[in-house]
Design a protein around this ligand. Structure first.
Ligand code: ADP
Ligand code: MG
Length: 367
């Protein structure tokens, strides 16, 4: 098992916009690290640098103690699986999978064994004699994975391998990849733009945006303690609500004051927040931490008018407009009697508040 260490990697294709800026990341031996970020955030570039297909402008790459920064791709013992799979169309599944081993001049018996073992793990034994074009996208994805597996690489690099698949297959492949990675005990870096995929697969997640690492942490850490407003908004569906306002220290209390409403911070929280007295901040609250109440005069409520109700079966997604005119989203039980244009109050659980610096890029003030 191999530990991967990236230190301060930067890459700029043209002189203006860097694809990667000062990226440092350590992936433990046997860990499944998911790199997630919007399109163009530098995910593929990062994988290509680890694979040796691209050279960084600055920074270094280590596998365990060995400096790999300038090592030839072929000497890195890395297998990269691309979104498209990149299978050879004129070769059978068996020959596609055997290809990297033939290049190593392994014996026919050894190759046969390796291919069969991988095919068994991936449930594609009955496809071995077929050509790629006769396979479904999901089957092709598994063959591409199998071709990577037979090489027994030190490191697996997967670049959005499930992006072309339909939802059901994606779910199945996700858990297959997860259990495969476990049983191989391999170090894996998995790239996706899909926050759900990141959450469900990862041991840890690295969030990239515009070539800059935003946060590295376990899925739960990232969800519960987002380092900035971008990370807070990127994970979770429906997305986190953001309200612009001000911190006000008043008598013994510490308040968040905004045009939609006023929230009183819990004591534990108030201590951290007090130092931002009079500062402009952004309050973040997830839809599941907001409760709809119909009786009045409660604390920590925002009066709203219901705009839309989206029934999802297990829950209803409620969009409501505050006095300030900004829509806020929360979740309600399908049994709650609610109608469009109804005036209700949104109660915010103050222990679930995230507080960010003002602006779109705000750093979290409360972690
Ligand atoms: P992602 O995989 O997250 O979508 P990429 O790593 O492909 O992002 O791209 C990051 C940035 O680098 C983008 O702005 C992209 O246009 C640019 N880029 C990537 N590869 C090249 C290249 N070969 N030449 C010029 N620009 C590139
Ligand atoms: Mg990409």
């Amino acid at each position: 098992m191999t530990r991967i260490q990236l230190h301060s990697l930067s890459k700029c294709f043209d002189k203006t916009i860097p694809a990667l800026q000062d990226v440092s990341l350590a992936v433990d031996a046997g860990e499944l690290m998911v790199i997630v970020g919007p399109s163009g955030s530098g995910k593929t570039t990062l994988l290509r640098i680890i694979a040796g297909l691209e050279a960084p402008d600055t920074g270094s790459l280590h596998f365990d103690e060995q400096d790999m920064t300038a090592v030839e791709p072929r000497q890195r013992n890395v297998a990269m699986v691309f979104q498209e799979g990149n299978l050879y169309p004129h070769l059978s599944v068996r020959d596609n999978m055997a290809f990297p081993l033939k290049a190593r001049r392994m014996s026919v018996a050894e190759i046969d064994k390796a291919v069969h073992n991988a095919a068994q793990l991936l449930h594609i034994e009955d496809l071995l004699d077929r050509r790629p074009y006769t396979l479904s996208a999901g089957q092709r994805g598994r063959v591409a994975l199998g071709r990577a597996m037979v090489r027994e690489p030190a490191v697996f690099l997967l670049d959005e391998p499930l992006a072309n698949l339909d939802v059901e297959l994606r779910h199945r492949m996700r858990s297959e990849i997860r259990s495969l990675q476990h049983s191989l005990g391999a170090t894996m870096i998995y790239v996706t733009h899909d926050q759900n995929e990141a959450m469900s697969l990862a041991d840890r997640i690295c969030v990239l945006r515009d070539g800059v690492v935003q946060q590295i942490g376990s899925p739960l850490e990232i969800y519960q303690r987002p380092a900035n407003r971008f990370v807070g908004g990127f994970f979770g569906n429906p997305s986190m609500n953001f309200i612009d306002g001000q911190i006000k220290e008043e008598a013994a209390a510490c308040l968040f004051v905004s045009s939609p409403g006023t929230i009183r911070f819990p004591v534990a929280f108030a201590k951290t927040v007090k130092k931002y007295n009079d500062c402009e901040v952004v309050l973040g609250i997830r839809p599941e931490d907001v409760t709809i109440i119909t009786e009045s005069s409660q604390q920590n409520v925002i009066p709203v008018k219901i705009q839309s109700l989206e029934m999802l079966g297990r829950e209803v997604v409620v969009t409501a407009e505050s006095m300030a005119g900004k829509p806020l989203v929360c979740l309600a039980s399908p049994d709650t009697p609610l109608t469009i244009n109804q005036s209700v109050q949104l109660q915010i659980d103050p222990s679930k508040i995230h507080l960010f610096e003002a602006g779109q890029e705000g750093r979290c003030l409360t972690v």
